[in-house]
Design a protein around this ligand. Structure first.
Ligand SMILES: Cc1cc2nc3c(=O)[nH]c(=O)nc-3n(C[C@H](O)[C@H](O)[C@H](O)COP(=O)(O)OP(=O)(O)OC[C@H]3O[C@@H](n4cnc5c(N)ncnc54)[C@H](O)[C@@H]3O)c2cc1C
Length: 394
């Protein structure tokens, strides 16, 4: 298909203005590439990024079966301070990074035993984790209930406010000379003669956009994109998470660290606001919130942090974690020249935003079509069926 001459022309077109797409667009513009970020909603961060809790927790979330992912997360956590420093200078905004550390708490003997195993795994990997008796943990966080049996302190797992992050990225993108087009849904990635040529929107009044490279950062809705052959696609499905946003009328101080427990977590914003998350549900593109979801979140937190019931509820929402079949992201060049992926970040997209942006734009700037690392190569899914579902277009 030939795109008409009136098309706008860019070096890079990024599909999706979540944290990942915005960061890729910003970094690309910083490198002097003519970058455009296209977002179908009327504002940036309207997808999963604005729902996320914002834990930056590669150590707390380390799994023995996902060590490459843990290493990627650690790499991203390491560059986070520099990333947010640069972002705040570039945007003139505060991205809401909080160097707060994390506690993982056990409520009973079984959970304490499981925490001890978690501690051993992390020590065997050389990660900084401290075992705290109940009294020690409660000295650090006096609001914790006496029922607490054991806690692990992770001083290097922090948090960020994803809404502030996306707002700052939006500003930084345009300040760096990048173009942002909201209310612009991409319908199709245009591929001719075996290479990507740009994107076409669903609106016949909007001109097609030509671009040397297209970066797919469309989150949970990736599968709705047309134009790509099946074996060039990355299969993505949504995993729903319900999450509460609350504030303490008495101000900050109830909890200063991220608190994680079996089945949930409480993340402080440092100013008296808290996020209480999150359910994990396989319900397609359903984003309703339920009484059962709220009950589950409050019950899990209440046992360890009884005063959670005194907090005021500001918002109850649900988001869709963009998930690949192996739960690892797809980052870097795809199988068609000019096609790049930054999708499938599942539970870690906010954590992985800086490293993803650096990897993708590094490959773009170097004209490097080599996969970033085999574990995250978008091409690993060739042959895995992708259903282009109506749900993804909703
Ligand atoms: C409840 C919950 C809690 C979470 N907590 C954490 C956490 O603590 N830490 C962490 O690291 N991660 C967390 N996550 C995961 C994190 O939110 C995601 O991994 C991350 O937001 C993915 O970012 P993204 O930019 O890829 O996707 P999104 O933020 O969803 O952005 C994709 C964008 O693409 C747009 N789009 C889609 N299709 C098109 C199209 N055809 N044309 C144009 N635009 C399109 C969408 O509108 C959307 O704005 C959480 C997720 C949930 C649901």
């Amino acid at each position: 298909m030939t795109l008409p001459n009136r098309s706008s022309s860019f070096d890079v077109a990024v599909i999706g203005a979540g944290a990942v797409g915005l960061a890729v667009g910003w970094r690309a513009a910083q490198r002097g590439l003519r970058a455009i970020v296209l977002e179908r909603a009327d504002r940036t961060g309207a997808g999963t990024s604005s729902v996320a809790a914002g834990m930056l927790a590669p150590i707390a979330e380390a799994l023995p079966t996902e060590l490459p992912l843990m290493r990627l997360g650690l790499a991203s956590a390491r560059i986070y301070p520099e990333f947010v420093g640069e972002l705040s200078d570039a945007s003139g905004m505060d991205p809401g990074y909080l160097r707060c550390g994390t506690l993982i708490a056990a409520r009973d003997g079984d959970e304490a035993e499981s925490l001890t195993r978690e501690l051993e795994l992390r020590h065997s990997l050389g990660l900084a984790v401290n075992r705290l008796r109940s009294s020690e943990a409660r000295r650090l966080e006096p609001a914790l209930a006496p029922a607490l049996r054991l806690a692990l302190e992770i001083p290097d797992d922090h948090a960020i406010d994803p809404r502030r992050l996306t707002a700052a990225l939006t500003q930084a993108l345009t300040n760096a000379g990048g173009t942002l087009r909201t209310s612009t849904a991409v319908r199709e990635v245009v591929v001719t003669d075996g290479r990507v040529r740009g994107v076409r929107t669903g609106d016949p009044d909007v001109e097609p956009i030509t671009a040397e490279h297209v970066v797919v950062a469309a989150g949970a809705w990736t599968e709705a994109l047309e134009g790509l052959p099946d074996d060039a696609r990355v299969p993505i499905h949504p995993v729903k998470g319900q999450i509460l946003r609350l504030h303490d009328p008495a101000g900050p101080g109830l909890l200063t660290r991220v608190l994680r427990m079996a089945g949930g977590y409480v993340v402080p914003r440092g100013d008296g606001r808290y996020v209480l998350g999150a359910t994990m549900e396989e319900r397609g593109f359903d984003r309703t919130v339920t009484a059962g979801g709220a009950f589950e979140l409050l019950r899990n937190a209440f046992e360890l942090l009884p005063s959670v019931t005194e907090l005021v509820i500001d918002e109850f929402s649900a988001g869709l974690r963009p998930t690949t079949p192996d739960n690892a992201p797809a980052i870097g060049p795809g199988s068609i020249p000019g096609l790049h992926w930054a999708v499938g970040h599942y539970r870690h997209g906010i954590l992985l935003t800086p490293v993803t942006a650096d990897l993708v734009t590094g490959a773009l700037a170097a004209g490097n079509d080599r996969a970033i690392a085999d574990e995250f190569a978008p091409t690993r899914f060739a042959g895995v069926p992708v259903a282009v579902g109506a749900g993804a277009r909703a």
